[in-house]
Ligand binder design. Sequence first.
Ligand SMILES: NC(=O)c1ccc[n+]([C@@H]2O[C@H](COP(=O)([O-])OP(=O)(O)OC[C@H]3O[C@@H](n4cnc5c(N)ncnc54)[C@H](OP(=O)(O)O)[C@@H]3O)[C@@H](O)[C@H]2O)c1
Length: 249
Amino acid sequence: MKNPTKKNKTVLVTGASKGIGKVIAQEFCNDGYNVFICARNSELLRNTAEQINATGYLAVDLTQDGVCRQLVDYIIEKAGSLDILVNNAGEYVYSPLEKTLERDIDRLINLNIKVPYLLSQYAVKYMKEKKWGRIINIGSISGIVGEANASLYSMTKSSFTGLTKALGLELAEYNITVNTVNPGWVQTELAEAAVQQSDFSYQEEIDMIPQKRFLQPYEIAKFVKYLSSEDAKGLTAQSVSLCAGLSAG
Ligand SMILES: NC(=O)c1ccc[n+]([C@@H]2O[C@H](COP(=O)([O-])OP(=O)(O)OC[C@H]3O[C@@H](n4cnc5c(N)ncnc54)[C@H](OP(=O)(O)O)[C@@H]3O)[C@@H](O)[C@H]2O)c1
């Protein structure tokens, strides 16, 4: 674990103990950013934080009342700023409409929609002070093209399209960009569980992807880092599908 430095930009990556979030956090750590991560499983999170040399971590369930505020306050106390927010934590539920449980509806709406909104709300105060900021949401092509038997997940992920456009416009004058990356299948535990629950085999899923492969997490991470860079300052209010061609039809 390293100490934050004032000259480096500070990043929060949510849901970064494993999967895509971990590789995004690693990418920022490698480049010397002050990186904060969170997830629920404290042991896994601590191991990841040590492994990637993060600046700080907080083991929290983001859906609990007051936690988003607590997380942003913790980062401000430790590092003095929050420049880049990566809303990555998200959950997938495979369920036909009639079988979807109300508790799953509440949980996914909370984690996939309300949490990114609240974190953006709290983080933006500090970005506005510095007249610089980046908000990057990890959506899904399920929110763009729709995924049968995953209507709840598709609904929550599609919310980023509206949020990204609206906030991109609202925050443009402050030099804060807001963008969403919509991955297709990415090789992670979430994807493995999703394929297992689905009516298709792994090979059948691969056959449906134009590039005949799952993406690797680093491909998402490299793009997120680009979106955070100064070179990407003109890119805002956009949702980009990074999906090996899957969303094209
Ligand atoms: N993998 C894909 O094919 C794919 C495709 C499109 C979009 N995505 C999106 O990409 C993002 C990351 O997916 P992934 O595949 O990397 O998932 P993953 O391997 O399941 O990792 C999810 C991360 O989020 C954390 N998390 C989950 N619920 C949380 C909560 N309530 N509070 C705090 N942290 C929480 C998890 O840790 P704990 O369980 O310990 O909390 C973990 O660190 C998600 O938003 C997902 O929807 C993934």
